[in-house]
Design a binder for this molecule. Sequence first.
Ligand SMILES: [Zn+2]
Length: 314
Amino acid sequence: MDSLNYTEKSNWISSQIAADLPLFTILTETDFFKIRPEILSVKTNDSITTIRTKFFLKNGDVHSIYVSLAKKIHANDTIYFLPYFDDYTSRFSKKTIGSIRYFFNPTEYSIDSAEANQMLVFNKKTAKLFKTKEIEFDYYIFKNTEERLTAEGYEFHYLTKKLLNHSAHADLNNNAIIVGKHTSTYPHEVIHLYTAQYYPQVHTWFDEGLAEYLGNDGKKLQKNRDIIKKFLEDSTINTRDILKLEDNLAKQGTSLKYDLGSLIVEKIQERDPESGLYDILRNGSDDKSFYKLVESKLHIKQENLMDSLLIWIK
Ligand SMILES: [Zn+2]
């Protein structure tokens, strides 16, 4: 049997999908079935095969070049994959503070205890608000988006330059928050850990809206107000269905889902402080349920939501 001596710290896993969070993300972000990914190279060295694949966005632009490491074990005729991330972070330090396990590069960063404390308080507050048990999670810190995406196995990613100083996401399979910034606090992603675990049916606009609204006290919307307003006013697309608008604001460091979502969450909370939050959390994931809740809480019909948003955002 071949030995697994490439790196003993890493866990080789027999299914790439199970091992790889980025692949899930790639599948949802690219037009995988319409624009076929292109295999750029396959090279084997020391029995490790490195596969570089180019993925595309809907408009044909390159989404990413993703690197997979694979190894075939002849004894059981199975291909094993190495989560690139585990390998990259195997040299990181680990520090547990309450319910959070921090991972970071000790030569470049040390945990900010005031921020870590803020994070603990926010975690407790969220558990209470969502009426759930407190979640224990991992928190990985990278110096910027470029390092985060490299650690996740991307040789190239279209957002690297646009989000260079600031980005994060929640790895819902591993209960982890992965941050591309030297910070020990990132409340937005904590909300996603809770919704994924306890309210997985939440609509994606409400999920991002809640994360923004609860995680930033609505401050980010203030900052992005002009960009969003301009986008909505300039839009020539049929806006009867805001959920279908092409959300191409990532370049400007924001997203309709985040900002309009948080605005709608805020309005529902104002109208119904008692049960607004739980109705949002328990509402269905399809667009029809989204509009139904908006109508029942705010008395606004789908076709009038755009006008109301423009009034609120002014
Ligand atoms: Zn989010």
